[in-house]
Ligand binder design. Structure first.
Ligand SMILES: Cc1ncc(COP(=O)(O)O)c(C=O)c1O
Length: 312
């Protein structure tokens, strides 16, 4: 849905709440030219106790960690960013939303070195439903292995969520959609499975669960960590440092994506090969149910992962 069709009107920018239309930058902004920004994607769920932000502190930690390799000083601490976000949700009466904090090098000069460019910071929130479509959650998605490889972390830090590297995600995702698929799977430099353009990936085989390790050029996904915890709590053996070959995708019993946007989405085919029986598998369904029960607070488990907007 386009922003113009949404009932949102406020953005927090560099310490101030500004009208949506006034959240502007100069065209010579460093981040616009070289992709020198770091960001987060966070979900806030509609619960009986009002809007609840899922794993906010972990997302903030990752934002500050993402800034480190780029020597970017974010001039606002956790507390200020938290206050700003809570206030944005309250002011706009959002029951549930996606939260996008972004820090980027701003306007001063335009060498590749950011030099004295100031670090700008913004936060926006808007309603956002199922990323890969409502149907995808239940029936799964058809995906293809992209011809684009994921950059190695020796080329650009893959554990940092920086804006520039998302060109790789865009290429892979658009290639898939251009070929009639919903999403891509991206292999790493070695040709093993890395992740989706905006998701981590899990494989189920003979009742055990596998997901590529951090050294496979993946983002250290917060939903990935959540899925690992939920699976272990349900007695599954989880191999979270796995190396998964392309061929193992086709012979998996089940595959699913995890991500803040994609939540837990089954994969029903890869390159037109049905995975399992071509629909959501039982392990995926169990973990998906556990995930939605958790984030929509139909359980008291892991209350420490939630920031209740109206109770702060
Ligand atoms: C490349 C990539 N991998 C994985 C993920 C999943 O991470 P998370 O669960 O923290 O949203 C994302 C989304 O942020 C992503 O962009």
């Amino acid at each position: 849905m386009a922003f113009a069709d949404m009932d949102v009107d406020t953005i927090w920018m560099d310490g101030e709440f500004v009208d949506w239309e006034d959240a502007q930058v100069h065209v010579l902004t460093h981040g616009l030219h070289y992709g020198t920004g770091v960001f987060e994607g966070v979900r806030c769920y509609d619960t009986e106790r009002g809007p609840a932000i899922f794993r906010w502190e972990e997302h903030l930690d990752r934002l500050f960690d993402s800034a480190k390799p780029y020597d970017m000083e974010i001039d606002h601490d956790h507390e200020e960013l938290t206050e700003a976000t809570l206030e944005l949700i309250r002011r706009q009466d959002l029951e549930s939303c996606y939260i996008r904090p972004l820090a980027f090098y701003g306007y001063n000069s335009l060498g590749v070195s950011p030099g004295d460019c100031p670090t700008r910071t913004m936060i926006a929130c808007w309603p956002w439903g199922a990323y890969l479509g409502e149907d995808a959650i239940e029936n799964g998605v058809d995906v293809m292995v992209s011809s684009w490889r994921k950059h190695a972390s020796s080329q650009i830090p893959t554990n940092a969520k920086a804006t520039g590297p998302y060109l790789n995600s865009m290429l892979a995702g658009e290639e898939a959609r251009g070929n009639g698929y919903v999403e891509a799977i991206v292999l790493n430099k070695e040709g093993n499975v890395a992740e989706g353009p905006g998701e981590n990936i899990f494989l189920v085989k003979d009742g055990e669960i596998y997901t590529p390790g951090l050294a496979e050029s993946i983002l250290d996904g917060i939903t990935r960590k959540t899925a690992i915890t939920l699976a272990e709590e349900r007695g599954y053996e989880v191999h979270d440092e796995a190396t998964i070959s392309r061929g193992e995708l086709y012979t998996a019993d089940e595959l699913f994506f995890t991500g803040t946007a994609a939540e837990v989405t089954p994969i029903r085919s890869v390159d037109d090969n049905e995975i399992g029986n071509g629909s959501r598998g039982p392990v995926t369904e169990e973990l998906q149910k556990a995930f939605f029960d958790l984030v929509e607070r139909r359980t008291d488990d892991h209350d420490e992962w939630f920031t209740y907007v109206n109770e702060q």
